[in-house]
Ligand binder design. Structure first.
Ligand SMILES: N[C@@H](CCC(=O)N[C@@H](CS)C(=O)NCC(=O)O)C(=O)O
Length: 206
């Protein structure tokens, strides 16, 4: 029996979880969720209703993306991603940066000033730029959990206005981001699947 992963292809939290599952070789049944019509089976095990959710064969439920990453890498960590976990950087991404990203990208929904939040977000990107001047990845010579947890959010920020982003003084961030976007791992994690419905044939992420 395989673990079941409820996921949403474009969700940055789900992307980081899928990449950790793939790199660690943990095959899972992938159930693509329509966020407007979440499956009752998912809500029954995780009423907070966010993706990703991982249901393990023993009934244990992991419904935080970082917990799913740590679980997968705890089983096998061939690239030693766990050694590069920088909790402070990930928390800064998931907290303040994500707040600015949402208020920039979805300014109408938030009633926010997008430029103000884009500027705030740029302070964070400047910090990443400085780190990436010192080493090719955020925590050293190789990609690690920290890179993989953060880059899906930088991808979203960059794509919000790609012409604008392309001319920002962030050459190292662009190099780092482009490398991840061109990686085989990201391509595998971005597998296209139709929204899951009960009775569908299982789709596997592996
Ligand atoms: N802290 C959670 C956050 C997950 C999250 O917020 N996912 C979004 C999609 S990107 C979601 O499911 N939102 C619920 C909704 O839109 O209904 C995690 O790391 O897994």
């Amino acid at each position: 029996m395989y673990p079941i992963c409820y996921s949403f292809r474009r969700c940055p939290y789900a992307m980081r979880a899928r990449m950790a599952l793939l790199v660690s070789g943990q095959a899972v049944e992938l159930r693509e969720v329509a966020l407007r019509d979440k499956p009752a089976q998912m809500l029954a095990i995780s009423p907070k209703g966010t993706v990703p959710v991982l249901l393990l064969p023993d009934g244990q439920v992991l419904d935080e993306s970082l917990d799913i990453m740590r679980w997968a890498l705890g089983r096998d960590d061939p690239e030693q991603w766990l050694a590069g976990e920088n909790r402070g950087l990930i928390a800064a991404n998931d907290g303040p940066f994500k707040g600015h990203l949402d208020r920039y990208k979805y300014a109408t929904r938030h009633g926010s000033d997008p430029v103000e939040h884009r500027n705030e977000a740029m302070t964070w990107l400047g910090e990443l730029e400085m780190r990436l001047e010192r080493s090719p990845y955020l925590t050293g010579e190789r990609r690690s959990l920290t890179d993989m947890a953060i880059f899906p959010f930088i991808r979203q920020f960059a794509a919000t206005d790609s012409d604008w982003f392309a001319v920002q003084p962030l050459p190292q961030v662009r190099r780092w981001l482009d490398g991840h976007l061109a990686s085989d791992l990201f391509a595998r994690a971005m597998l296209r699947v139709a929204a899951w419905r009960e009775g569908d044939e299982a789709v596997f992420l592996r």
